[in-house]
Design a protein around this ligand. Structure first.
Ligand code: NAD
Ligand code: TYD
Length: 339
């Protein structure tokens, strides 16, 4: 099996590459990544010389480069992780989100149509369903929940999902889509909640909590997400959407307090800042379909996963310090400077 993994130099894509090379030693994995601010080649250093791995720097919107890669590699499958992924950046500058997340998806699928493919898998997000109220804990996102987006990020991801379904219906492209809740774990870019709070706490910097901190996310350890995608590729039904999530709803403020406690830092570092525009209140996944059809269940409990994650950031300071000492400083000043 030869699999092209786009966006494999980012958070989830890199974890997926490690998982696949480990679990399927006879597979060839080709990573296609533009190396935007969120892509980090050093993340892939452990597998760069692996005989079953190849890295190609290219933009998924670059049709010529994508077609060339298909001609060279004749992939059996494509797993499309490549995306602009940060909601706050999508509020500042939506355009690149439309370009990469929608047009890039189209280019990848056109290549799959042109050269033939066994499976095109679109890595999507629970954010396409919009949000849920805090006072209705009985409500959760199922695969039947209508698309109802809030941010330019989620609108672009939802548009891509609709294109994927259109390519299946119109052209018979063998697709699957997964919609996962918030991931956490190693190699998470420090603009996102958990790694940002860990890095700031370790540097004794303020911990900026948006609004009241009551917003709820349904956290899943990244390895469990990777295992779910692996299962969908091998056993999932073509044309189907699978929700992925682990019934692990937590308030942002509680997560930040857990991080303070684990690092022995005072909660007085917590600073409430102006809320995100259009801030989604609550996400919660109903994973019944992937559980009953494919037997998937999350394996890592949050108490263990967050410990492992914090330990990883303690053990790999050079990875994230290099990021936060670079261009990230301008980003941080712009987003948090006068907040
Ligand atoms: P990330 O921002 O950490 O990584 C994105 C990767 O894509 C980077 O390596 C970047 O260089 C690459 N990339 C961006 N634009 C590209 C382009 N035009 N061409 C080629 N490569 C490009 O993102 P992530 O958190 O790992 O998310 C991966 C995917 O999973 C995304 O599609 C995201 O929507 C989805 N997702 C993420 C989460 C989460 O909690 N992080 C949850 C559900 C779904
Ligand atoms: P984030 O990690 O950006 O993921 P998403 O918006 O895709 O769920 O944010 C998770 C939650 O944490 C979200 O409710 C926004 C909040 N948040 C903060 O309170 N402060 C921060 O500095 C960041 C980055 C996020």
């Amino acid at each position: 099996m030869n699999i092209i993994v786009t966006g494999g130099a980012g958070f989830i894509g890199s974890n997926f590459i490690f998982h696949m090379l480990n679990k399927h030693p006879d597979y060839r994995i080709v990573c296609l990544d533009k190396l935007t601010y969120a892509g980090n080649l050093s993340t892939l250093a452990p597998v760069m010389d692996h005989p079953c791995f190849r890295f190609v720097k290219a933009d998924i919107c670059d049709r010529e480069a994508v077609y060339k890669l298909f001609e060279e590699e004749h992939p059996d499958m494509v797993v499309n992780f490549a995306a602009e992924s940060h909601v706050d950046r999508s509020i500042e500058n939506p355009e690149v989100f439309l370009r990469t997340n929608i047009l890039g998806t189209q280019v990848m699928m056109d290549a799959c149509r042109k050269y033939g493919i066994k499976r095109y898998h679109q890595v999507s997000t629970d954010e396409v369903y919009g949000d849920l109220p805090l006072d209705r804990p009985d409500l959760m996102f199922t695969e039947e929940t209508p698309i109802h987006t809030s941010s330019p990020y989620s609108a672009a991801k939802a548009s891509a999902d609709l294109m994927v379904q259109a390519y299946h219906r119109t052209f018979g492209l063998p697709v699957t889509i997964s919609r996962c809740s918030n991931n956490y774990g190693p190699y998470h870019f420090p603009e996102k909640l958990i790694p940002l709070m860990i890095a700031n706490a370790l540097n004794d910097k303020p911990l900026p909590v948006y609004g009241t901190g009551e917003n709820v996310r349904d956290w899943l350890y990244v390895e469990d997400h990777c295992k779910a995608i692996d299962l969908i590729l091998h056993k999932g039904r073509v044309g189907e959407v699978y929700n992925i999530g682990g019934h692990n709803e937590m308030k942002n403020i509680d997560i930040v307090k857990i991080i303070c406690k684990a690092l022995n830092k005072p909660e007085s570092l917590i600073t409430y800042v102006t809320d995100r525009k259009g801030h989604d209140m609550r996400y919660a996944i109903d994973p019944t379909k992937i559980h009953t059809e494919l037997g998937w269940l999350p394996e890592t409990k949050f108490v263990d996963g967050i410990q492992k994650t914090i330990q990883w950031y303690l053990d790999n300071k050079e990875w994230w310090e290099e990021i936060i000492n670079g261009e990230y400083q301008n980003y941080y000043k712009k987003m948090y400077g006068n907040r």
